[in-house]
Design a protein around this ligand. Structure first.
Ligand SMILES: *Cc1c(COP(=O)(O)O)cnc(C)c1O
Length: 449
């Protein structure tokens, strides 16, 4: 059935929209969108009559207000997942935020104040990161995937890289490490099997003896199993064994660590320094996972290999912006000055479960709930690190008959919890003490509203 819909002009003239002529272009698009949806719903038999101009204009005004509100909004992470990819991974320290603000206008990004000449955006950060990681040189790009892409493209060509089938990791949203490694033109040669790969498999790849090869691979690629575990009849050579093979054949070992811990973190996630010490010549990792800094990608290793990456044309396409450089520098300063424990990620990791239970109890009291609403909970690090590890935590169970609906209302009020075992839980491990008052206000508003 076809609807008699109002004309676009008539909708745009409605007082709900007419007051903002500057927004005409976007309003027009939205009117067309709303009308198209109405036609579709009429065809599907969902509506029989056209809504009034008033209602359509109201809907357009609502959509307009939505896109004209600055986003992303801040949210309180009460999920118990410390590095929540969808919630912006590592929260930044106050110092990092201040550094980003300072760099936001004009700044000495690539400028030597002393001479007035052109400088490098990594002048200050590079020596600090290199010293922290105990390596010759470091380069920075805009995320971990970019670091991997740059490493494989600059170092893994012309022969490509050898990668174990047991390390062909998919990291989320359908993105696969092997495909990202190859995106710059470096062939990825699959070696071994899903569960077992041997030094001889890598040696075959470096000798050009794997199916499809016409020459030996240029490098070995190691990918850390950052988000899953393997057990049973499995074998993978150590980094040290592969480094020795690489040295013997003149092929560097690139290791994609992903998580980027610099140490001081419980659990057996390897650190960048350990990877380098074990013989990886070029280590790539993220800045906003266990490092606890901004979204960034680090390449750490020998001056020769890092230099090759820095001079590759892709480096220009992947360079970090000024606010990233500033936030990463502030984060590096925290490590260098022994203040890593003050980083928000580390503050989430530090408390014992009893401390979190005490905070949950106090919060329950503040909300006028019985102490019985406090639950033992399990938090996870998430964000492609420490798979399978859980941290004892404490949560508040929100008293509600409909946990799913209350969770949605609470999300709209700026708090993201998790529904588990038929309850809406607010995990205190990922909530900073200074966020508790706002959390209580939001919960109260949702439960009484
Ligand atoms: C997370 C991860 C990446 C990608 O890093 P981003 O910073 O998300 O781009 C690459 N490799 C591994 C092993 C990872 O865990």
């Amino acid at each position: 059935m076809s609807l008699r819909l109002p004309r676009v002009d008539r909708i745009l003239e409605h007082p709900a929209l007419a007051s903002s002529p500057a927004l005409r272009t976007i309003q027009k698009r939205q009117v067309h969108e709303v009308l198209a949806e109405l036609r579709r719903r009429a065809q599907a038999g969902e509506i029989a009559e056209a809504p009034e101009v008033e209602a359509i204009a109201g809907e357009v005004a609502r959509r307009l207000a939505e896109v004209m509100t600055p986003r992303p909004r801040a949210l309180i992470n009460a999920t118990g997942v410390l590095l929540h990819t969808n919630l912006g991974r590592a929260p930044l320290s106050r110092e990092a935020v201040a550094a980003m603000t300072a760099a936001a206008g004009n700044c000495e990004l690539e400028f030597e104040v002393e001479t007035g000449r052109r400088g490098s955006r990594l002048t200050w950060l590079r020596p600090l990161l290199a010293a922290l990681l105990g390596t010759e040189d470091v380069h920075v790009v805009n995320n971990g995937a970019a670091a991997l892409l740059l490493a494989c493209t600059a170092v893994g060509r012309p022969g490509g890289v050898v990668l174990s089938r047991g390390q062909m990791v998919e990291i989320g949203d359908g993105f696969r490490v092997a495909e990202m490694a190859a995106a710059g033109g470096a062939q990825v040669w699959e070696a071994g099997s899903t569960n077992r790969t041997h030094v001889a498999d890598y040696a075959a790849g470096l000798a050009g003896e794997l199916p499809g090869q016409s020459a030996g691979a240029s490098a070995i690629l190691w990918v850390h199993l950052s988000n899953f575990l393997q057990a049973g009849f499995v074998h993978q050579p150590t980094l040290g064994e592969l480094a020795a093979l690489g040295r013997e054949r003149g092929a560097p070992l690139i290791a994609d660590l992903g998580s980027g811990s610099l140490g001081g973190i419980a659990g057996d996630e390897p650190t960048v320094q350990e990877y380098l010490a074990q013989g990886a010549e070029l280590v790539t990792c993220s800045g906003d996972k266990l490092l606890g800094g901004p979204q960034a990608g680090l390449l750490a290793g020998s001056a020769a290999l890092v230099g090759k990456c820095r001079r590759h044309p892709l480096a220009r396409a992947l360079r970090p912006d000024k606010t990233t450089v500033a936030a990463l520098h502030a984060t590096a300063i925290a490590y260098a000055s022994g203040q890593a424990e003050t980083l928000p990620l580390r503050r989430m990791m530090a408390p014992a479960a009893e401390q979190l239970r005490a905070r949950a109890g106090a919060l329950a009291q503040l909300l006028g709930w019985p102490l019985g609403q406090v639950r033992d909970s399990e938090a996870t690090v998430g964000g492609g690190s420490l798979p399978g590890d859980v941290m004892a935590s404490a949560a508040l169970a929100v008293p509600t008959a409909d946990p799913t609906a209350t969770a949605a209302a609470l999300r709209r009020a700026g708090v993201v919890g998790r529904v588990s075992g038929g309850e809406l839980l607010l995990d205190l491990r990922t909530v900073a003490p200074e966020e508790e008052a706002a959390l209580a206000t939001a919960v109260r508003a949702v439960l009484t509203g």
